[in-house]
Design a protein around this ligand. Structure first.
Ligand code: GAR
Length: 206
């Protein structure tokens, strides 16, 4: 995908601590990075991810599913809110809701999600815990283009992380998150500066 001129406009969606968001905010402080976070959206109040955005002077919005008549109404509201910021790229960074069909269609090809496992292994809400329980020796992080499925879209980048014998879910997830943040900053920056193409399932950043 090619972009308009100027830094790429990122809208980031969060549900929790927002350390991936913080990594992007920090990277965007350098004009050479080629992107800026124009808004941060969440599905809940009172989270550190929103506080991080506010401390950086980035506009925020909160849309809770329970404040809408049904999931489709929430999806439409989320779509409108994100679209109002005219993003070049929408980044789901620890956003613990499945965006619905209208959202996925509206931002097709420019909605990416970061996941704490090597997809297609261990999709869903508990990527680190599921990998640990299965007993794999290597897991990692995946950045992918969101499609209509659950963590099934075309893969943009992956990083591997060894599982240690004494890992618990927290220690493993923290180690994954360290490489995940580096991957996210690296790849979103390259996508922002250089664009990207998607052919079938193959994503290429020139
Ligand atoms: C990240 O590890 C992200 O991959 C994961 O939540 C964490 C958010 O951390 N997302 C999922 O599991 C989505 N299925 P953060 O709030 O500190 O950025």
């Amino acid at each position: 995908m090619t972009r308009r001129s100027g830094p790429a406009r990122l809208v980031v969606l969060v549900s929790g601590a927002g350390t991936n968001l913080q990594a992007l905010l920090d990277a965007c402080a350098d004009p050479a990075y080629g992107a800026r976070v124009v808004a941060v959206g969440a599905d809940r109040d009172g989270i550190e991810g929103l506080a991080r955005a506010e401390r950086s002077g980035v506009p925020t919005f909160v849309l809770r599913v329970r404040d809408h008549a049904d999931r489709a109404a929430w999806d439409a509201a989320l779509t409108d809110a994100v679209a109002s910021f005219e993003p070049d790229l929408v980044v789901s960074a620890g956003f613990m809701k499945l965006a619905g069909p209208s959202f996925v269609a509206r931002f097709a090809g420019r909605f990416v999600n970061t996941h704490p496992a090597l997809l297609p292994s261990f999709p869903g809400m508990h990527g680190a815990a599921d990998a640990l329980a299965y007993g794999v020796k290597v897991t990692g992080a995946t950045l992918f283009v969101v499609d209509e499925g659950v963590d099934t879209g075309p893969i943009i980048a992956q990083r591997a992380v060894d599982v240690a014998d004494d890992d618990d879910v927290e220690s493993l997830h923290e180690r994954i998150k360290t490489v995940e943040r580096e991957m996210l900053v690296d790849v979103v920056g390259r996508m922002s500066r250089d664009g990207w193409t998607i052919n079938d399932r193959r994503v290429t950043i020139p």
